[in-house]
Write a protein that binds this ligand. Sequence first.
Ligand code: ARG
Ligand code: ZN
Length: 844
Amino acid sequence: QTIYLKDYQAPAYLVDHVALEFDLHPTATRVRSTVKFRPNPNSSSSEFFLHGENLTLLSAYINGAAVTPVITEAGLSCTVPDGPFIWQSEVEINPSANTELSGLYMSNGMFCTQCEAEGFRRITYYPDRPDVMAPFDVTIHSDLPYALSNGEPMRDEGQTRRWQDPWPKPAYLFALVAGEFQVVSDHFTTASGKPVDLNIYVRDGDQDKCAFALEALKASMAWDERVYGREYDLSVFNIVAVDDFNMGAMENKGLNIFNSSAVLASPETTVDGNFERIEAIIAHEYFHNWTGNRITCRDWFQLCLKEGLTVFRDQQFSADMRGAEVRRIEDVAALRGRQFREDSGPLAHPVRPESFVEINNFYTATVYEKGAELIRMLKLLVGDAAYKKALDLYFARHDGQACTIEDWLAVFTDVTGQDLSQFKLWYSQAGTPIVTVRDHFADGTYELTLTQVTPPTPGQPNKQPLVIPVALGLLYPDGTEALDTQLLVLTEAEQSFRFSGLHAAPIPSLLRGFSAPVIMQRETRQAEHLVQLTHDPDLFNRFEASRELGKSALLAMLQTEAAPDDAYCGALLQVMINEDLDPAFRAMCCALPGQDEIARALAEQGQTPDPVAIDAAVHQLSEHLARQGLEALQALYHAHQLTGPFSPDAASCGARALSALALRLISHVDGGALAAKQFARADTMTLQLPALGNLNRHGQGTEAVAQFYQQWRHERLVIDKWFSLQVTTCPANKAVAVARDLLKHPDFNLKNPNRFRALIGALAMTPAAFHQADGSAYNLVADQLIALDDINPQLCARMTTVFETWRRYDGARQALMRAALSRLAAKPNLSRDTKEMVTRLLDA
Ligand code: ARG
Ligand code: ZN
């Protein structure tokens, strides 16, 4: 059944207060609720409906009198009196049987919940929609040492724990956790002097992996006060780490629940990239307290209201913590890798979708990452001062409300007087706009003509022109600046811009800082890119120039069997050793383009990528680059070895990233000799893991892989890495066999999302392995998804996206991928989640 944005109806009843009482039991938990309802003056309906799924109703009362509601698979309805009334019910649920990890479930003997988007209805009968907000009062009976919920802890009464959350919230922000934990604590004092207790609850053995997350939390709290004027609003902020969790983390009021992979960190078990990700996710969930919790969404079509804004805020935070330019490069690389990919295939949808079958299928890169890009553009268009005023107005006007994108845009219009109706198209129109560039220079005047086209996407054959902010600078061919950064605003299908008084034909530095989420197309001019790579004052565009050069080098090798491009390799080596540049930037700028990126580039040019050939070309180019620069690479490697205690700060991470790039290249020449030395002496995961990867990539990994397992068999997050590494670094034509063996390993477990992703996800995201011409990887993945669907439909549905690029490939591969998907589609009792995904994947 499809749900449409246009059908939104205000709730018939509002809730003034909720009291919940839990008798926790692994297989038979009782939940009693007492809910104060009153008719919604803004609704004409008087129909009383409560969501509820998989619940056994034991009793129900209205104003103290027993009632017998009509129960369906989706919930219950009941006749109710006019005016306010009190609803009471008792239900029984079975947390142990809950393998979907939605609602109340068990993970390693602890009780925990996940309610966003629609999990609360699996706990008790309730209007489970975000526009019904209420204060919650929670009582938990359990003999477990800890029992937590949202808000403020009340006085402890032995095996009864009570929590009161004074801030009205929708049910999706409810959380409950109970179990045996180790607690690591700290304190924060807010700007206005209120003390806050900070606690991280973890399994015994993980206590020593909490310090980094606590520091990140304190930094986030201080940052939100300083930059957005937002203070925390409870006396306690709790974080719990759980091993079985469908996504990264969840912003439940005062009780964030984290996938353990998104919070636990130690130098021995965690790589630099994990530290960075943990810092960003801690910030993300904390920032939701205002953008998501205090101001929430009216309905799930508005998901980007909280997610786009909160991603944007966490990106700003990370930029402040770790350097704006390198963070921007990483964010754009991720955007292109996931969102552009989504936007160009059968799953393309608007940032604010207009219909869905299962909302969990819309927690996507488009809603999150493109949603954040829209806010970034808005800020660029109105300016920093107006952005700040608009945000202050947003918080002042909408605190305590459930809002829409219209409310969000209205604060910008009210602050700036600007008409944002054309900008709003970004929220409703799917697809990545393609901006084509033509230019011309004569008599000191440079004319730039930009044309925009957004290709058709499912359900949207015709597109309108968007508002596209294009940050532009001009360089002279000698690399000096001809024009400082200007903001051009493209609003028409085609527009020209003139710049006069120039003494030579300039090189355009377009879309600086990636000022809009579009694809820029301009005929490749290698000489210009070489100038940009070494001289563009905009570091993002230096990185772009490197990508463009890398892509053309690889495309030439693939299309015309050209030799590896010496000019490109030479330029990369120059950047790598340029001491004026941040090592983190050098590492990013000099890594070769990813294989999926090459495939996408080919598809954008209307060609059919061959993933196996791409893999070979990347390998050949890497080896060529390594041979050309071997001495420089060795010097670079040795110059960036750090001494002293490990620190995950930005500068140290940058140095290690650069030395890792050097090692990876050197391994193409020495076959893993240097990697073996690094592996032997490594005392941190950031050194150990890439060393192992290089060994395995060059056929020297067997012993080290076994040794690594013995060393880390009790650290599940490290064992996830061990699973991934083997399928991503073995020869592509062996990956399916390696994966088959690993499926039989006693540590493989279909029920743990991290482990499933570590093996199946990693295989599917390694293009040459996944796209083996015989279709064996497609079949292996389909088999596992068929097995997973009954256990965890949400994760299964999410993982079907590994097939979203099927139309890029040749007829034989297309047929094999379609066959694999059709097999999944034909599975008996296919979940609604997976069914929606395979339908969209196959229909478009
Ligand atoms: N709100 C959470 C976050 O972005 C993610 C929740 C995802 N829920 C889901 N059902 N996919 O931090
Ligand atoms: Zn979020």
